[in-house]
Design a protein around this ligand. Structure first.
Ligand code: ATP
Ligand code: MG
Length: 437
């Protein structure tokens, strides 16, 4: 495990609190991540000071969640740090808690969800307070509730989703009693607001390298049936496709998340989209997310077999037709999903890692070709070297005949882009007129 080293601004806030006679500790996700050697930015501070005392001590504060004891303290650079009063949850109803201040550090750690999230570190001395052996569970790589799992999950059902997210994110196992409590929570999850559920799903798609591990756990625990029934029967290979979608860095995180979300519902050859707009709205997807999901669902729906398709793409005409069908702007996103699905299907068919990697490389190559094609080849009627006026000029009557001819010319050009010349196309169109006449 690596060094814990809270940033200078956090140390300064803790010094100020202690200087005024209060206790101050770094807690929560940042401590956990630092112990795992993961760089983190959000260092939360827990203190014995009451919210109004925190507000008085610092020049610039924001009332982030005063009723829960959280005050945002702005450092010199204007960065906000959350400072939360030690608290005790006195009453819970499956999601909301009535909190009481005046708790001790140990009481505050005891109300936290998982042992790995219940470690406190002193910003200066780096002394560690770890009453539930969170460090042991980090070393054993296991997510375990603080206290009695069944009770802790009853207090707040969101914890079931959080446990599965953390396990996926760190590649950890879930301790058996915690897992049992998650399964027992599934039928009660409908009490969670869909906004919270969506946030959790977003975090899985954004933070977890291999979201399929979390999604399969959702399924196994009965969470998909309870919350997103449209996904309960999804083939394993579809979830695995998400894992293959764009490593961080290649796509900005929100873009990656939206694409993964879209891929979650996209099934090759599906005549009817997996999710209706209503389903996606109920899941609190934004209009942009729904639009993207629609594009990806429809594009994949039109492709009966991805593996057969990628072979066909070696012929340029098939690739150009595909690009023409999905539209220039959609190519990068749809192609990513297609190649990811191809890799997942190869893997599911028993291909070894080298073969899957080779397929991914071939996918990248095809992706580049598709992009080049999308921007260099004539793939829409608007790209043709002739337009409606030209056709009227050679005697094609205004009206539907013009559109029909342009479409036919586009087919010619999709087969052979070198035929996209004015003279060549007019000659083809003239033949048309001749045939009709
Ligand atoms: P992330 O990297 O997702 O931010 P995190 O552990 O920091 O992970 P937060 O939601 O930011 O998660 O919460 C900060 C801390 O507050 C947690 O580490 C945990 O100690 C506590 N906490 C958060 N949500 C709950 C909850 N539902 N029940 C109990 N404790 C919680
Ligand atoms: Mg956090």
């Amino acid at each position: 495990m690596t060094r814990l080293q809270p940033p200078a601004a956090v140390r300064e806030i803790c010094r100020t609190l202690e200087g005024a006679g209060f206790e101050a500790w770094c807690v929560g996700g940042a401590v956990r991540d630092a112990l795992l050697g993961i760089e983190t930015l959000d260092w939360d501070i827990a203190t014995s000071a009451r919210p109004e005392q925190v507000q008085r001590l610092f020049r610039r504060t924001v009332p982030v969640g005063i009723q829960f004891g959280t005050v945002g303290v702005l450092d010199r650079a204007g960065v906000l740090h959350e400072v939360t009063t030690f608290r005790h949850d006195v009453e819970t109803d499956g999601r909301h808690a009535v909190v009481r201040f005046g708790a001790s550090l140990d009481e505050d750690l005891a109300r936290r969800d998982f042992t790995i999230n219940a470690i406190a570190v002193h910003a200066e001395t780096l002394a560690v307070r770890d009453p539930f052996d969170g460090r042991g569970d980090l070393a054993r790589q296991v997510v375990r509730c603080v206290g009695i799992a069944a009770t802790r999950m009853e207090e707040d059902r969101l914890r079931a989703l959080r446990a599965i997210r953390f396990a996926g994110r760190f590649g950890f196992a879930i301790e058996p009693a915690t897992w049992e409590a998650i399964r027992a929570s599934a039928p009660h999850l409908s009490r969670l607001s869909m906004e919270r559920v969506k946030q959790e799903l977003d975090k899985i798609l954004e933070q977890v390298d291999q979201p399929s591990t979390s999604l399969e756990r959702y399924r196994e625990a009965g969470i998909l049936t309870a919350l997103v029934p449209a996904l309960a029967e999804a083939p394993t290979v579809r979830f695995r496709t998400i894992d293959f979608l764009a490593r961080p860095g290649r796509l900005r995180r929100p873009a990656r998340r939206a694409l993964r979300m879209a891929a979650l519902f996209a099934e090759p050859g599906a005549a009817v989209p997996v999710a209706s707009d209503r389903t996606l709205k109920a899941l609190r997807c934004s209009n942009e997310e729904i639009a993207l999901a629609r594009v990806v669902m429809e594009a994949l729906g039109a492709v009966p077999s991805i593996l057969a398709m990628s072979e066909r793409f070696h012929a340029g005409a098939a690739l150009r037709r595909f690009v023409a069908t999905i539209g220039r702007l959609q190519v990068p996103l749809v192609a990513r999903v297609l190649w990811a699905r191809a890799a997942a299907e190869l893997e599911a068919a028993g291909a070894d890692v080298a073969r899957v990697r080779a397929a991914r490389r071939a996918g990248v190559h095809l992706y580049r070709r598709a992009m080049r094609s999308a921007w260099h080849d004539p793939i829409t009627v608007g790209d043709l070297a002739v337009d409606g006026d030209d056709l009227r000029g050679i005697g094609i009557p205004a009206g539907p005949a013009i559109g029909a001819t342009l479409k036919r010319l586009l087919e010619v050009v999709l087969d052979d882009p070198t035929r996209n010349t004015r003279e060549g196309l007019l000659a083809v169109a003239t033949d048309d007129v001749g045939e009709r006449g």
